[in-house]
Design a protein around this ligand. Sequence first.
Ligand code: SAH
Length: 252
Amino acid sequence: MEMGEVVLVGAGPGDPGLLTIRGLEELRRADVVLYDRLAPRELLNQVPSGVELVPVGKAPGRHSLSQDEINNLLVGYASQGLRVVRLKGGDPYVFGRGEEECLHVIARGLPCRVVPGVPSFVGAGAYGGIPLAGRGFASSFAVATGRLAAEKGDHVLDYSAMLRAVDQLVVLMGVGSLESILSQAEAARGPRHPAAVVMDATLPSQRILVGTVSSLRRASREGAVRPPAVLFVGRGVEWGERLWRTGAVSYY
Ligand code: SAH
């Protein structure tokens, strides 16, 4: 029997056209596809008919399968000699647990490869008119999770320290702790520093809220921010007036 393998494929942030050519090739050669909730559904049309499609989708606080169950499924299919594609939102190695899945597969003597994807914050920047780094406005940026703050309290990640160390801060999984993150941003940068939230980045439903760290706090209190969303704090936000943007923009 031919040896199976697992390929983690980054699906990009939502627009199906942002999948890489290599990723598309892998989908077309798959024997089975395990896909996340945030992976674009249209991409499944590229999978040959008859190939099993397994949703293992994660919604915040409601995992349809545990990480262990996903790991075991990957190994189970690959050890039957199948070519397993694991389609993940954004990039597998950006808060995607790709490393855990690959390690699990490799530890059982099976090969695992990774095809990178466009991370959500890169897509959000491009389709939202927010450059991440560049001359004159940001020599550096950091990407952090907001999830730890929601789970373990404010002290776990120090966003104001990050904003003193880098020019721009990008936060994923931050909707649940947005107010606390923005109050830390206010401590570091003052209330009028630019901030923006891009929701449903790169999708037809993309929506952007543009304002300041203090006005976005208000927006968040009013329930205007819905996941999936990327938060940007920094002067890259100011470019948006002049750059290409998709979807609705609300100013706060
Ligand atoms: N591996 C993914 C991140 C997974 S964590 C990546 O490379 O981007 C999930 C978080 O990603 C969400 O909470 C949200 O912050 C962000 N995200 C994913 N897709 C998004 C989208 N279309 N629009 C806005 N944020 C998105």
